[in-house]
Structures are given as C-alpha cells and as structure tokens.
Design a protein around this ligand. Structure first.
Ligand SMILES: CC(C)(COP(=O)(O)OP(=O)(O)OC[C@H]1O[C@@H](n2cnc3c(N)ncnc32)[C@H](O)[C@@H]1OP(=O)(O)O)[C@@H](O)C(=O)NCCC(=O)NCCS
Length: 145
C-alpha cells in the first residue's frame, strides 16, 4: 500500500462521503457531516484536517487543533480513525506523525489527546510515537440541548 497523508484545504462532496464512512468506525454516535460542516472546519484557522489516501481512496483521517492559551501554544489531536480494511499497515502512524510535524512547526509546547484504555491499538500507537500517559482526570460538560 502506498499511503500519502495530506492536509485538506478544499471541502469536496467526495471527502464528505469518505469521512462519513470513517467516523462511524470511530464512534457509533458519530453524526453525519455535511459539506457546510466540512467547509467550516477546513476554513478554521486553528484546525488542520488530515486524510490518508491509498491511490485515490481515503483510508484514514485525523484532526489537529492548535491554539494559544496563557501557558503557551498548545495542540490537541482528535478523531483519529483508519478504515477497517487498511489497519495495521502504517496509516495511523503516518497520520499522527504528519500531525506532530505540523504541531512542531507551529511551535507548540504540548500535543494532547485522550484514548480509552479499551482502544488497545490506539494506545499502543501513541506510546510508540512518544506520547506519555498522564495521571489526570478528564471531564466533559455536555453543553448541547
Ligand atoms: C488506532 C488506529 C487509528 C491505528 O491505525 P493503524 O493504521 O491500524 O495503525 P498502524 O498500522 O499505523 O500501527 C502503528 C502502531 O500502532 C500500534 N498498533 C496498530 N494496530 C495495533 C493492534 N491491532 N494491536 C496493538 N497495537 C497496534 C502498533 O504499535 C503499531 O506499530 P507496529 O506496527 O510497529 O507494531 C486504528 O486501529 C483505528 O482506526 N482504530 C479504531 C478507531 C480508534 O480507536 N481511533 C483512535 C481514537 S483515540
């Protein structure tokens, strides 16, 4: 497999379809993305949406958010998923390395992410790439209706 990782700069219906095929493989609660949603995130200055392609097929995605706060420039990785048929071939690693390169080039101090312990492949991937497990509590406030 010859995988190329790219940062998306144009929202297309093809990408909407591809992402809507991938996101349910990350979470059964994933809501379908519209073209307008994709345009919003592609144009967000803090957000970089990466996709991995094998030939023309989108086989994985990852989103990096870089943001300044008083303690420095920080980054967060979210929505990492590789198509079931393309796992174990280096796609997740290539996506994560691409995100870390962009984070570094933005001068970030830290790159954070969360991953449930049951996600064995994901936890192994992040440890392999040098992420360190932190002892902290993760909280979420459900702000929607
Ligand atoms: C986690 C995920 C993105 C990994 O993507 P991938 O392309 O299959 O991973 P890679 O082939 O790049 O593997 C890189 C490293 O990850 C780890 N890894 C990958 N699959 C693994 C598995 N099934 N079991 C244990 N470790 C695994 C290994 O350390 C591997 O390095 P190695 O090949 O030198 O052993 C993919 O399994 C996935 O989409 N899972 C479902 C969604 C998910 O859990 N997303 C992460 C949310 S935090």
């Amino acid at each position: 497999m010859s995988v190329v990782v790219e940062a998306v700069d144009v929202a297309t219906p093809e990408l909407v379809t591809a992402l809507n095929g991938l996101l349910p493989q990350l979470s059964s609660n994933a809501q379908p993305l519209s073209l307008a949603d994709l345009e919003t995130l592609v144009h967000s200055p803090s957000t970089t949406l990466f996709v991995a392609r094998n030939e023309d097929d989108v086989v994985g995605t990852l989103t990096l958010v870089v943001f300044p706060i008083p303690s420095g420039e920080r980054a967060w990785i979210e929505d990492v998923v590789v198509d079931e048929g393309a796992r174990g071939l280096g796609v997740g690693e290539a996506l994560t390395r691409a995100a870390l390169d962009v984070a570094r080039s933005n001068g970030v101090r830290t790159v954070d992410l969360t991953s449930r312990p049951s996600r064995e492949a994901a936890n192994a991937l992040y440890l392999k790439l040098g992420f360190e497990r932190r002892e902290t509590n993760v909280y979420r406030f459900l702000a929607g209706d």
